[in-house]
Design a protein around this ligand. Structure first.
Ligand SMILES: N[C@H](CCC[C@H](N)C(=O)O)C(=O)O
Length: 294
């Protein structure tokens, strides 16, 4: 019998990015990769990311979050999921925290202050981008002369050269293309996700800059596949576009599921992401889910 049996969950989404929220505050249990995959396998609780709440670690924060992809791998960031957790902790009758004021969440990648803009819209301070090769991480460019041009794997897509690499607490590789919708993500996403230049794999984005204030984005997510939105990818794309002079420090990023407003704040270099959340349903995790999960 898993410690997760009969646990209540919320099924939510952030612009169609499927998010399941589980509250393990007060419990010593740590969700295993196999348990995460079991939860993802059930249509009622399936997710692109599972957001698990734990008791706060850093004083002054409201909760510590562990983030799991569909394949059970863990991530240090999930922008859409963080907004969904913020809604749950301010509005869900069971998960809501006592008191009001701004929320501060935490993951292994750092602190995430969240501001409630309206009932369903939140702004997350995703922190500063990490831009050094060993922060993404990329393979050591000195020890390994292989550059991060990944076209060696994709003779049928020679224009996919010289991408940008940014970490928002998770690894992102951004290709600059003339038509973000022109790529078969299911075909080339897995090849790029597992490129040897990426020791921790990567989230792969195809970015079409349509103006200095607008980016069209399609994302193949590490451990989850093609999703309808990816908040940390939107942050990574805006930072990389601003560094290349393709956009300003603030832009609308349009994903299949909708728009996010991303700002790379000049005062402290933090990246702010603003967008909606949606509650789909709540449910209980059946003990049968975990029959084969360690
Ligand atoms: N959908 C998430 C990104 C999850 C990233 C995950 N796929 C990883 O392994 O880093 C977001 O809204 O930021």
């Amino acid at each position: 019998m898993s410690a997760l049996s009969n646990s209540r969950f919320l099924k939510m989404n952030g612009l169609g990015n499927e998010i399941t929220v589980l509250d393990l505050r007060g419990s010593p249990h740590r969700v295993s990769a196999a348990e995460a995959r079991a939860i993802a396998a059930d249509p009622r609780s399936r997710f692109d990311q599972l957001m698990v709440l734990h008791d706060p670690v850093t004083p002054g924060t409201d909760a510590y979050m562990r983030i799991y992809n569909t394949d059970g791998s863990e991530s240090g960031a999930c922008g859409n999921g963080t907004r969904c957790v913020a809604w749950a902790m301010t509005a869900d009758p069971v998960m809501r925290r006592a008191g009001d004021g701004d929320l501060v969440l935490e993951t292994k990648a750092g602190l995430l202050p969240v501001e409630r803009m309206s009932d369903r819209v939140f702004t997350v301070d995703m922190g500063p981008p990490r831009l050094e090769w060993n922060e993404i991480p990329l393979r050591d460019p000195v020890a390994d002369t292989r550059a991060i041009t990944l076209d060696t794997h994709l003779p049928e897509a020679p224009e996919l050269r010289n991408p940008s690499a940014v970490s928002m607490g998770n690894p992102h590789v951004v290709f600059w293309v003339s038509d973000a919708t022109a790529y078969d993500l299911a075909a080339i996403g897995p090849v790029l996700e597992h490129d040897p230049a990426l020791p921790e794999r990567g989230n792969i984005s195809f970015a079409q800059v349509t103006s200095p204030e607008h980016i069209l984005l399609r994302v193949w997510e590490r451990g989850a596949g093609a999703t309808r939105a990816c908040g940390s990818a939107a942050c990574a794309a805006l930072v990389a576009a601003a560094r290349k002079g393709l956009t300003g420090r603030k832009a609308v990023v349009s994903l299949p599921g909708g728009d996010l407003v991303i700002e790379w704040r000049a005062s402290d270099g933090h990246v702010l992401m603003t967008g909606p959340t949606e509650l789909e349903h709540e449910g209980i995790l059946s003990p049968a889910l975990f029959a084969g999960a360690a």
